[in-house]
Design a protein around this ligand. Structure first.
Ligand code: SF4
Length: 306
């Protein structure tokens, strides 16, 4: 079997971690490498574990995505699906994930078993917080079920569905760019790319979707003026359908290339994607450390500072 190597590749989440904290970026994209192997160093094992960690908000979003994916696959397979079944599926996942994390089942299987940040670092989770998470998940799913977007999806022939939670790549110059498209379909010579959002609107949401449009332009040979990007804010039940303007395509391409250049400039050997920790200093904005999954690596345990 060919040896897998830590290839340099760009993604929206990589870009975000680079801007969050350079040390976090180093730990999550370099120090973690090989941490899934039995003989790995303790540092690599810990970093790998933390790349799989989720906090309560991320977990809620993940369940919403997983249940919508499940429902869409059932529709694709012409199996029955109801709003009540989606709700039950979500509640079952919430129960299962909470148990996995509480029982530290991730110690045996860090890739597949949930490791909640709050449990790991002993952060108290009052019942009001877990109730709010459950309410948010169920509200998102209810809003999805009753949405015009879902009605539209059901009205379109499944032969025109292009992607359900599709992980794909395209290249910008020589760099692989990773994307994850929640859902896409083609209808009347227009490609619709959907992104399910279980959190609040963010200025970066559109940039992320334009990046996905770049993928669609290459992968499915669709011109930008035939693409609609649709972030769907499920808590509020709002879909913001937009066209993709040519200047957005140019801007986002340029931003990605600049982001790649900044990341590579910090590498000791860009051709081999080799990094040294001393070139990735810890952030001085220590309020970030309080919510960081890697705080045990930097501080030997929970960050107790201000
Ligand atoms: S704990 Fe703080 S310094 Fe360390 S990786 Fe996280 S954010 Fe960066």
């Amino acid at each position: 079997m060919a040896e897998i190597t830590n290839e340099f590749a760009w993604s929206v989440s990589r870009h975000r971690s680079f801007h969050e904290c350079l040390r976090l970026y180093y730990l999550a994209h370099y120090a973690f490498w090989g941490g899934w192997e039995w003989g790995a160093s303790e540092l690599a094992k810990k970093c790998y574990r933390f790349t799989k960690m989720k906090n309560l908000d991320m977990w809620a979003g993940e369940i919403v995505h997983a249940v919508i994916e499940w429902a869409l696959h059932r529709l694709w397979e012409r199996k029955p699906i109801t709003g009540e079944a989606m709700r039950e599926h979500a509640i079952s996942r919430l129960r299962q994930g909470w148990k996995e994390s509480r029982e530290r089942q991730w110690e045996q299987d860090p890739k597949r078993r949930l490791n909640l940040f709050e449990h790991y670092y002993g952060i108290e989770v009052p019942p009001e917080r877990t109730d709010a998470i459950k309410r948010r998940v169920l509200r998102c799913l209810e809003n999805f079920w009753t949405s015009e977007v879902f009605a539209f999806i059901r009205s379109v022939d499944r032969a025109a569905w292009k992607a359900i939670e599709k992980v794909g790549t395209f290249h910008l110059n020589d760099v692989r760019i990773w994307v994850k498209i929640d859902f896409a379909l083609a209808h009347r010579e227009t490609l619709y790319i959907y992104d399910w959002k279980s959190g609040q609107e963010d200025a970066d949401d559109l940039r992320q979707l334009v990046c996905y449009a770049l993928y669609a332009m290459e992968q499915w040979a669709v011109p930008h003026d035939r693409i609609r990007i649709v972030p769907v804010y499920l808590q509020e039940g709002i879909a913001r359908e937009q066209t993709v303007r040519p200047e957005q395509v140019i801007e986002v391409k340029e931003e990605i290339l600049q982001s790649i250049a900044r990341m590579r400039a910090r590498l000791v050997d860009p051709a081999r994607n080799l990094a040294r920790p001393e070139d990735f200093p810890m952030t001085t904005e220590t309020w970030r450390c309080r919510r960081c999954f890697f705080q045990e690596v930097c501080y030997g345990g929970r960050y107790e500072g201000a």
